[in-house]
Design a protein around this ligand. Structure first.
Ligand code: NOJ
Length: 762
């Protein structure tokens, strides 16, 4: 979507100001962000910022609140003449999509040499799961249940992106997503709030590093604030309507975790939330982010979302939209030009207090200083590029992340792992030789040609094996003319590896699917392959949970490999031939059918929980309530057995701890890694219903064949806290159930009691 500076013929602003005075920030300097040493030099910076503010015209202030995109043509990034002129006049504070040291230097030079106040530009980009070296899509990587893997991939992405002139990434996406139809489920950490919090922290730390002023750190941006993943009907940009309790307990905690990790910026979501678009939502921006969480971050809108409020219907025109956004607490306008074109007049007309503008500018300048741009505006232009980009080390990290992200869904007859010699393998399916689609959605500056395809990875893993190949069909077409060749290949082989799934643009922004199954004729090809009688290993490469009931019922072996990035083929080879025993676990429930959506493990119980003997209970008459695969699920080439739980006590004091111990034995014949998962249930809420289970811990442990490990979890009252009936945060005295097990539907269980209720800080 390209910006059109004269977006609409706007009518005069309506009088809004009276109703918007609530919660407007004071002109006092914003608190100092904790994550950065540079920012800790707070007092001097505050003085510097105040001195600058005094010199700035209203137009220059609004310039700092304006973000524009550069364009791209065959020769590289370009900038429209009107934007170049805006930069020269101090009417732009940040640019996104501008890349390369040469191009960013050229724009920065204009800012620091030709503008009156010489304030440097901030350069942003969507660095989502890698920059040149592409890591698994975030949903996949979250299945690794390895926070170190996620922090490292974000760090590597920051190193590569900063070497290309960038300062700021629009990541991580921390939206809780429970609807596989929604294409953007690919960009987050799945359905669970607790897990989402852990991942948000790891990714923010990875992007930002220990010190924002380091040239190789990127400012992170937690998005999309908020409840974007609750889009009705799973349709991107759609309305959301979420109760305050659900916001506080489910959708907001990952954003709060990002605040705690020192996340520099937040991006408003496109959706309206309970009738108020997020880019004009005072409750989100002023009440939650600033007042309750005390975040010093600056808030940028999503692309043209200020202007889109006209379509939402909560404003009459662009001036009205700009006033509502600024007064609600938006600091920077991405691409609408609404602030640039309307804010000065709104301030002069008394519709937006100048204190609101000053405060926004303070926040933006503070992070430009924290980034070190006032000391060296070219800090990201002078980094060595080739020696830190797409290096062997980065590719090795991407391969490791990729194989740890793979989830083994089925291996009924132990067809996997495959032997490497004396075997003929038919590698078929539309994604078997594909490189570009392995990148997944938002693939930064990743290059399809530099990805490892599945067939390349399999050949490299097993050079002595024989391979026959055939594509069979396209990802999404009705053409079956390739079936014969694929079936012939299958007949010549000992085993069939069918690589199927979605193209990279079938998930991500604006890629909702009403039928999230195997597209086109892929299932029909699977039916023909199965009819050959040869064992079929289905390798799925996709960006969302798919409805694969037929595949589940009819195939013995299913590998969920997602879109794994640059090293996809190698990682799949590692797993299929057993060099890596798969250890990924689902962070998103796989429904049996679209009709079950939304389906997530931590639902509430209802007054009539499903009972097959009682018709009048909460269930379907045409399929089970249970998902095809639950949250936390994943198999291994070995098996793990959980002994009964040992609790240190059956009573937990609010200021004490309780340990939960479990012995996990690797009862198979291969070494492997297990993700032991801890869940709790508050059996009686005082006046409010509670989820049937909630994750509160995990431990990923490597256990040698035949050996056992004792895994210990420590529970505190804080692990039991939620927003109570009166909306205070705390844990309530009473009975709790705890489970430790291999997924959210199984495990060993015990009970304990919290001795007293306690109110806690969030
Ligand atoms: C729109 C997307 O919703 C957002 O995630 C992204 O960061 C911006 N465009 C900028 O590309």
């Amino acid at each position: 979507m390209k910006n059109n500076r004269s977006v609409r013929n706007v009518a005069a602003a309506t009088a809004l100001f009276g109703s918007l005075m609530w919660g407007v920030a004071s002109a006092a300097p914003a608190p100092v962000p904790p994550a950065s040493k540079a920012v800790d030099a707070g007092a001097r910076q505050n003085e510097r910022i105040e001195a600058l503010l005094k010199q700035m015209t209203l137009e220059e202030k609004v310039g700092q609140m304006t973000l524009f995109s550069s364009d791209y043509d065959k020769t590289g990034p370009t900038m429209r003449a009107e934007y170049l002129d805006d930069i020269r006049k101090g009417r732009v504070g940040a640019v996104f999509n501008a890349l390369t040291p040469e191009f960013t230097r050229k724009l920065q030079k204009i800012a620091v040499e030709q503008t009156r106040l010489k304030i440097p530009l901030l350069f942003g980009y969507d660095v989502i799961h890698g920059y040149k070296t592409i890591f698994p899509i975030p949903l996949a990587e979250a299945c690794s249940f390895d926070l170190g893997v996620m922090e490292r991939s974000a760090r590597i992405a920051a190193v590569e992106a900063s070497a290309d002139g960038l300062h700021w990434t629009f990541a991580p996406m921390v939206d809780i997503a429970r609807d596989p139809r929604w294409g953007r489920i690919a960009e987050g950490a799945g359905e669970d709030t607790w897990w989402g919090q852990q991942v948000a922290g790891a990714r923010v730390h990875g992007f930002q590093g220990s010190d924002l002023s380091r040239p190789d750190s990127l400012l992170a941006c937690a998005k999309h604030y908020a409840a974007y993943g609750a889009a009705q009907a799973g349709r991107d940009y759609s309305t959301t309507d979420v109760s305050e309790r659900e916001m506080l307990d489910t959708y907001l905690p990952p954003f709060h975790a990002a605040v705690k990790a020192g996340c520099a910026t937040f991006m408003t979501a496109f959706n309206d939330l309970n009738g108020v678009p997020c880019s004009a939502n005072e409750w989100l921006l002023r009440e939650m982010l600033r007042r309750r969480w005390k975040s010093p971050a600056f808030v940028v809108t999503d692309y043209t979302s200020i202007n889109e409020m006209i379509e939402h219907g909560n404003v009459a025109d662009q001036a009205d939209a700009a006033a509502q956004a600024a007064n609600a607490g938006v600091d920077m306008d991405m691409q609408s030009a609404a602030f640039l074109d309307k804010l000065p007049a709104l301030v002069r007309a008394g519709k937006v207090p100048v204190a609101v503008v000053d405060d926004a500018v303070r926040r933006v300048l503070r992070y430009k200083m924290a980034k070190g741009l006032f000391e060296n505006p070219y800090l990201a232009c002078d980094l060595p590029r080739s020696s830190v980009t797409f290096t062997a080390d980065h590719r090795a990290a991407a391969r490791d992340a990729a194989r740890r992200s793979i989830v083994l869904l089925e291996n009924k007859k132990n067809v996997l792992p495959l032997r490497k010699t004396g075997i003929t393998i038919a590698v078929v399916g539309p994604l078997s030789a594909d490189r570009t689609n392995m990148l997944g959605t938002w693939s930064g500056q990743g290059e399809g040609e530099r990805c490892v395809s599945v067939i390349e990875g399999l050949r490299a893993s097993a050079p002595s094996a024989s391979f026959v190949t055939a594509k069979g069909c396209d990802i999404d077409s009705t053409d079956v003319s390739g079936f014969t060749a694929a079936v012939d290949a299958a007949r010549k082989a000992d085993v069939v590896v069918a690589v199927m799934g979605e193209s990279n643009d079938m998930s991500g922004e604006a890629s909702s699917r009403a039928n999230p199954d195997l597209p086109g004729v892929q299932r029909r090809l699977l039916q023909q392959l199965k009819a050959t009688g040869k064992p079929v290993v289905l390798v799925l490469c996709n960006g969302r949970p798919l409805t694969i009931s037929w595949e589940h019922d009819n195939l013995d072996t299913i590998v969920e490999a997602w879109h794994l990035g640059t090293e996809a083929g190698n990682a799949i080879g590692d797993v299929l031939f057993g060099d890596c025993n798969p250890s990924g676990r689902l962070v998103t429930t796989f429904p049996r059918a679209v009709g079950q959506i939304p389906l997530y493990y931590n639902h509430r119980n209802t007054g009539r929980p499903a009972d097959s003997k009682n018709h009048f209970t909460s269930k379907y008459i045409d399929m089970p309530n249970e998902p095809l695969y639950p949250f936390g699920y994943g198999r291994s080439y070995t098996t793990f057995v959980y002994a009964p739980l040992k609790l240190s006590s059956t009573a937990l004091d609010p200021d004490g701890t309780l340990t939960v111990e479990v012995k996990v034995t690797n009862s198979g014949s291969r070494d492997g890694e297990e993700v032991a998962q801890l869940y709790v249930r508050d059996l009686v809420g005082e006046g409010v219903t509670r989820p049937v289970r909630e994750m509160r811990g995990f431990e990923k442990v490597r256990i040698a064949a035949g050996e056992a490990r004792v895994v210990t979890f420590t529970l505190r009252a804080a692990d039991l806290a939620f927003h109570r009936k009166d909306m205070t945060y705390g844990a309530e005295a009473g009975e709790f159930q705890v489970w430790v097990g291999p997924d959210s539907a199984n495990g060993q269980t015990a009970r304990f009691r919290l001795t007293r209720s306690v109110t806690l800080p969030e």
